[in-house]
Design a protein around this ligand. Structure first.
Ligand code: PMT
Length: 401
């Protein structure tokens, strides 16, 4: 419920700034207290007076209010808010947020904010598609920020494509749903594995895979924001997670991940096995770099790694829930069903490398949830954070008391 929530609405300099007035109105009507912060450029698109009238609070734009000399504390604002929403978010502000360029009140407050952050991009289609924008949005996702994807349609340039800020009614719905479910995992302990494992060949080489850790980290962020105490066991990834509800344990090999999971699983209510664990390791790891010699290339003998999910499945008590993933390239359903049974999972999240936008590295995924009671749900391709939400929704609605 939005009623009673304190919301910072950050408005940046794009044509969609005019829609911010409707968003303020909806939020205030819904019972929220709204503090608007505008970038200097945003004031070219909509008058601060409109927004202060609708929000019932003076709009903040500068570090000092010119006529009174009052200092606007970004730190106090960051602590005050239950949520910060940046709508519209231009490519420029997204870049500043991603890279910590705190040269205005909005980005400074963003860096101080302790509350969940929602970003509603708005820009021309080519700007939205540009690798810089994609990378910056990925960075924001990796900080746990929620990206409210822009819609497709006619843009201010009259070009047609993706880049229109989502409608205020839909942004309101996203916030409302977020506050509704916010603490539905309160009191639960969730163990999550993420990323790849690296199996050493010699001091400079390893066998690994393409997992970035994004899906596992999105799950950790989602569970923590819904009130769970999360233990995130991760292989080597280039991601960070700042939520105080997440305890991160870094491991490298499947053996290390196995030990970290098996020793901790009994004290958790739920385990979600999202890591791409190497099924094999090298039997004899060389203690020196293998040299390129004349003659035959070296032959590596591989031996099986422990199956971590299966080990957890064997230990599982009736009061615990175990969720696995299946990453497949063929016979997807048959393989997923086999893993569901073999590993004693409650449900399995199937993603196929045949589907565009699914699997490793990308910020989206396309999954099918197959449950041990035989039910199956297919989801469209969506942001990995939204996939995490779908998975936790299934957990919550069917597996938790
Ligand atoms: O990290 P990203 O780039 O975001 O990509 C996400 C992902 C594709 C890695 C993720 O969505 C995913 O599918 N993770 C599981 C990948 C995998 O290894 O699938 P699998 O079908 O080989 O394994 C089945 C299940 O057993 C998985 O839950 C896996 O974690 C687990 N397993 C596998 C082998 C092993 N030795 N121990 C395990 O616990």
């Amino acid at each position: 419920m939005i009623a009673g929530k304190k919301i910072i609405l950050g408005i940046t300099g794009g044509i969609a700034a005019y829609k911010a007035a409707s968003l303020v109105r909806l939020l205030v009507k819904g019972g929220a207290e709204v503090q608007v912060i505008m970038t200097p450029n945003a004031k070219e698109f909509i008058a601060p007076l409109t927004l202060s009238t609708l929000s019932g609070k003076p709009v903040i734009s500068e570090f000092f209010t010119a006529n009174t000399g009052q200092w606007n504390s970004h730190v106090d604002l960051g602590l005050w808010a239950d949520a910060m929403v940046i709508a519209p978010a231009t490519a420029s502000t997204i870049g500043k947020m991603a890279n910590g360029v705190a040269d205005n009140m909005l980005v400074t407050t963003y860096l101080s904010a302790k509350a969940p952050v929602f970003v509603a991009p708005a820009m021309d289609l080519d700007m939205f598609k540009h690798p810089t924008t994609k990378r910056n949005l990925d960075l924001l996702r990796s900080y746990g920020n929620h990206i409210i994807e822009p819609a497709a349609g006619e843009l201010a340039s009259h070009l047609i494509g993706k880049g229109r800020m989502e409608e205020p009614e839909n942004i309101y719905k996203v916030l409302d749903a977020f506050f509704d479910q916010q603490h539905d995992l309160q009191g639960k302990k969730v163990l999550i594995t993420a990323g790849p494992t690296y199996e050493k060949i010699d001091p400079v080489r390893f066998i690994g895979n393409f997992s970035s850790g994004k899906q596992g980290f999105a799950l950790a962020q989602e569970c923590a924001e819904r009130g769970a105490e999360v233990t995130l066991v991760t292989g080597p990834v280039n991601l960070s997670i700042a939520h105080p509800g997440v305890t991160r344990i870094d491991v490298m090999s499947a053996d290390e991940m196995h030990n970290a999971v098996v020793s901790r699983f009994p004290e958790h209510d739920i385990a979600i096995m999202c890591a791409a664990v190497a099924d094999y390791k090298v039997e004899h790891v060389m203690d020196h770099k293998i040299k390129r010699e004349k003659g035959d290339a070296p032959v590596l003998t591989l031996v099986k790694n422990p199956d971590i999910a299966k080990a957890a499945g064997a230990m599982k008590r009736p009061d615990q829930v175990l969720v696995g993933f299946a990453l497949e390239t063929d016979n997807e359903d048959a393989h997923a069903h086999e893993k569901l049974l073999k590993k004693n999972l409650d449900f399995i999240v199937l993603n196929s490398l045949k589907d565009e936008g699914a699997g490793f590295q990308c910020s989206t995924n396309k999954v099918k949830i197959i449950e041990s009671d035989g039910s199956e749900t297919v989801y469209p391709c969506k942001d990995k954070r939204m996939v995490a939400k779908d998975i936790v929704d299934v957990l919550k609605s069917k597996y938790l008391k």
